[in-house]
Design a protein around this ligand. Structure first.
Ligand code: G1P
Length: 300
């Protein structure tokens, strides 16, 4: 077990964001645009993820990317020509917003050449992460919280010095869609996990606590994933690696605070758009009035 940090240094400096998928659920939008670049209101999903990482003190974001997805890296680079145009037009506010995106974090891109699964995607970051604990954020899971999801997990890691995964209660009939964990509640939303399985068959889930896409992991996970055999769906699963980690070093779950949207699903993506639009003062009132009208008449 690693020693819990007592300094004010950010404990987790690196974060892995698996983003190599083809995004087939969002075709045709994703024919030429990475799924991660689809906007929630006016901001790419990936930017929310990177901002969440930065809020937890993370400096380096390691994108596990695939062919044709270079725009994800471009988004976090300086846009020299665009900035010059905005300056010339006196659009200072927009200029500042754009510049801030390029100053958010160091973005490192690593190619996952074959779609061998989430565990394999995380393993692709091994050389860049090195021998230190790191975060993992899955872009399909948007967590809306004043206290960003990965920051909550980093705090639990700092306190206990053990790997931690985000957990959320889901209806029994949905457990087969997730990694599912069971264990002992040790207080303050922390669970000492004694069983974790990926996508259990209906009726076999050990609990109704689903793994949601936030993890803080020790570097030992790489050695485990290296020899991990394919599991559910014939893929190298991160959850299976975590099951081994649970047995060797221990594993915690944390019932995070916040609202989660499944942005990998069309309905979840639409809900996230509405929820985030309602936080915008310039959109909220007219959106609410329109939604009330839709509900009243059953027509848009
Ligand atoms: C992945 C993980 C699963 C987790 C889920 C959360 O599955 O493998 O353990 O519960 O993310 O969204 P996927 O949704 O990529 O099939």
């Amino acid at each position: 077990m690693s020693t819990p940090s007592t300094t004010k240094e950010p404990l987790i400096r690196k974060c892995v964001v698996p983003a190599a998928g083809l995004g087939t659920r969002f075709l045709p939008a994703t024919k030429a645009i990475p799924k991660e670049m689809l906007p929630i209101v006016d901001t790419p999903t990936l930017q929310y993820i990177v901002e969440e990482a930065v809020s937890a003190g993370i400096e380096d974001v390691i994108l596990i990317s695939g062919r044709g997805k270079e725009s994800m890296v471009d988004h976090f680079d300086l846009a020299v020509e665009l900035e010059a145009v905005l300056k010339a037009r006196g659009k200072d506010e927009e200029f500042r917003k754009l510049r801030a995106i390029s100053e958010l974090a160091n973005i490192v891109s690593v190619r996952q050449k074959e779609p061998l699964g989430l565990g394999h995607a995380v393993l692709c970051a091994r050389d860049v992460v090195g021998h230190e604990p790191f975060g993992v954020i899955l872009g399909d899971d948007i967590i809306d919280s004043d206290d960003p999801g990965i920051r909550q997990l980093a705090r639990v890691y700092r306190q206990h010095g053990l790997a931690v995964v985000a957990l959320m209660e889901v209806p029994e009939e949905e457990t087969h869609m997730y990694g599912v964990a069971a264990g002992t509640d040790i207080g303050d939303g922390v669970i000492r996990i004694d069983r974790i399985v990926e996508k259990p068959k209906k009726g076999t889930a050990p609990s109704n606590l689903a793994v949601i896409g936030r993890y803080v992991l020790p570097p030992e996970i790489f050695g485990i994933l290296e020899t991990q055999q394919p599991g559910a769906g014939g893929e190298i699963q991160l959850t299976d690696g975590l099951a081994t980690l649970q047995k060797t070093k221990g594993l915690l779950g944390y019932k995070f605070k916040g609202k989660r949207y499944d942005a990998g699903d069309k309905l979840g993506y639409l809900k996230a758009n509405i929820a985030f639009a309602m936080k915008r003062p310039e959109l909220r009132d007219s959106l609410l009035a329109w939604m009330a009208e839709v509900v009243r008449t059953g027509q848009p």
